[in-house]
Ligand binder design. Structure first.
Ligand code: PLP
Length: 331
């Protein structure tokens, strides 16, 4: 069985990144607890520095580089949050960072990366187009690629979130994880099941372009069309040469479920109105899944609110009930 990243890698990562990331709190949600009849805990990871969990993996991967690699600088393709995390972590170490993004990446995420002093390249209409530019920079300029999910140090860094969850909610029956390339889900599942093998870990993606779900169903990495979605951080493929996360998600996830744009919007609204939390679409899928009753808790449940980097004008429209009409109509 492929278990490329084990509990001890995640524990080592945790020591490496201590002091560079926030250990985020977990709080009980009274509204979701009432609604489901089981304790529902929110892991407030959207309060992480840079606004998303991605800083865990990026910090761990940068900390593991050799002095020679540091001097070359790092490069990555990103839907926004990985790029921002990498730019932040590289800046702390005084390293060069180049972030390659497709035109689908929202302006607010671009601005944040620019402010951190990273070099930005906008290329094409998909993560795959951005990745081709990364490959070119690695070949021609010698930069070190730190990909957003398919890398052992990235996965181990994201897994530190799972260790915190099991300390904060030791009796968790299930943990709900937003799922795109699967770095978060692989790391969290390895940590959670390493500590508590009977705890279920369930991945949640948007129905519009769920590459990991399609790949799990096919038993190999498949390409899906990348479509605009409220959960923009969940867009992009898993890489046709995926090495780690497909096998880890296959072996470790108990289920994967998909949400419509309306269900994601409902999650964002509920987070705001009931929990007083601003989350981006990707961070709201756990709430959306419970509200839609696509997941029915059987005991204490933990939802990861994975990020909050949403365009605030879009957030206002969603809270006012004006979205996601366009995206849904196009579907
Ligand atoms: C990247 C990201 C995800 C998905 O993480 P993967 O490791 O690609 O599965 C979920 N939520 C947010 C906010 C993200 O930035």
């Amino acid at each position: 069985m492929t278990r490329a990243i084990a509990l001890h890698d995640i524990r080592a990562g945790r020591e490496r990144i201590a002091g560079k990331i926030l250990a985020t709190p977990t709080v009980l949600s009274p509204s979701l607890t009432d609604r489901t009849g089981h304790p529902v805990h929110l892991k407030l990871e959207h309060h992480q520095t840079t606004g998303a969990f991605k800083l865990r993996g990026a910090s761990n991967a940068i900390a593991a580089l050799s002095p020679q690699e540091r001097s070359r600088g790092v490069v990555a393709a990103s839907t926004g949050n990985h790029g921002r995390a990498l730019a932040h972590a590289a800046k702390l170490e005084g390293m060069r960072a180049v972030i390659c993004m497709s035109r689908l990446v929202p302006e607010n995420k671009l601005d944040a990366i620019r402010r951190l002093g990273a070099d930005i390249r906008i290329v094409g209409n998909s993560q795959d187009d951005a990745q081709r530019e990364v490959d070119r920079l690695v070949a021609e300029e010698g930069l070190v690629m730190l990909p957003p999910f398919d890398h052992p140090d990235i996965i181990a860094g994201q897994g530190t979130l799972g260790l915190e969850i099991m300390e904060q909610v030791p009796d968790a029956a299930s943990v709900l994880v937003p799922l795109s390339g699967g770095g978060l889900a692989s790391g969290v599942a390895a940590a959670v099941k390493g500590v508590s093998p009977s705890t279920k870990v369930i991945g949640i993606s948007m129905a519009r372009g769920a590459a990991m779900k399609a790949s799990l169903d096919a038993g190999r990495p498949v390409q899906v069309e990348e479509l605009p979605t409220l959960a923009d951080s969940l867009g992009g493929g898993i890489g046709l040469d995926n090495r780690l996360t497909l096998a880890m998600c296959r072996d470790l996830l108990d289920d994967v479920i998909l949400l419509s744009e309306d269900e994601i919007a409902a999650g964002i609204r509920h987070a705001y109105e009931q929990e007083r939390e601003i989350v981006e679409g990707a961070g709201a899928v756990g709430i959306g899944a419970l509200l839609a009753a696509k997941i029915r808790p059987s005991g204490p449940t933990v939802l990861i609110l994975s990020g909050r980097n949403i365009d605030m004008a879009l957030h206002r429209r969603i809270v006012c009930g004006e979205e996601p009409s366009t995206a849904e109509r196009a579907a």
